[in-house]
Design a protein around this ligand. Structure first.
Ligand code: SF4
Ligand code: SF4
Length: 225
């Protein structure tokens, strides 16, 4: 009998199909939310400060936006270095931007692949923090419905199961939305007590420059002035 394309498989069934190729751990920046950061540091038996310092970095995305709203900031208050770098990379600087400040797992070049991968992936393509891995890892490839399958040709699990995680993903997206609301209300350092000190800034998916926590805080705090 032909299997239903959206048949839900158990975790065991899924793990039998998954090739452990580790491709899903090599391609993406994994967002960490504050409660996940606490759980992972506890599992690693290190302080949250050490976890965020050693294993995480800032990942800031900005999108041009003219309408006022949460996390929307005028570019005139951006640090000069960032303003200049946006101009250099894309030619123009918009009046204001939606700023998406995230903490992500660090990716380092590792000997066994020669590529940048999540630092928790071991040489056998197993996750060193599997039981407490962040939600995006559990949900990969997120809302995997018909029509976007071609985006994940490297994932045998997805090709064979047509995995549909739209329900679970929508719960996660609500959590992310609430995180951004908190950052908007309490500021980034009000949500993260000891955030990573450095990371990268992107304009949508285009890399712009390195960014420090100090520079991020200027971008986010100047709206108050
Ligand atoms: S935390 Fe684990 S599952 Fe997630 S990307 Fe890293 S190695 Fe892969
Ligand atoms: S890309 Fe797909 S098949 Fe490969 S490890 Fe990830 S889930 Fe498994």
């Amino acid at each position: 009998m032909k299997k239903s394309p959206n048949k839900q498989l158990s975790n065991k069934q899924e793990s039998e199909i998954c090739l452990n190729c580790g491709e899903c751990c090599k391609r993406y920046f994994i967002t960490v939310l504050p409660d996940e950061s606490k759980k992972i540091s506890k599992k690693l038996k290190i302080s949250e400060k050490t976890f965020l310092e050693k294993h995480c970095e800032l990942h800031i995305k900005i999108y041009p936006k003219s309408v006022k709203g949460i996390l929307t900031f005028p570019s005139t208050f951006f640090p000069q270095k960032i303003f200049d770098q946006i101009k250099k990379e894309v030619g123009i600087v918009n009046d204001s931007y939606f700023v998406v400040p995230q903490v992500v797992l660090k990716r380092d070049i590792v000997e066994f692949t020669g590529k940048k991968v999540c630092t928790f992936l071991n040489e056998n393509n197993f996750c060193k923090i599997y039981s407490v891995r962040p939600e995006p890892c559990k949900l990969f490839p997120f809302i995997a419905v018909e029509g976007i399958r071609e985006q994940y040709p490297f994932c045998v699990l997805f090709q064979k199961t047509h995995k549909n995680l739209s329900k679970k993903s929508s719960v996660y997206f609500k959590k992310v939305k609430s995180y951004f609301k908190k950052v908007n209300d309490k500021k980034f350092c009000g949500v993260w007590k000891n955030p990573p000190k450095f990371g990268q800034l992107y304009l949508a998916d285009k890399y712009i420059c390195e960014i420090s926590l100090e520079e991020l805080n200027l971008m986010l705090m100047d709206q108050k002035e």
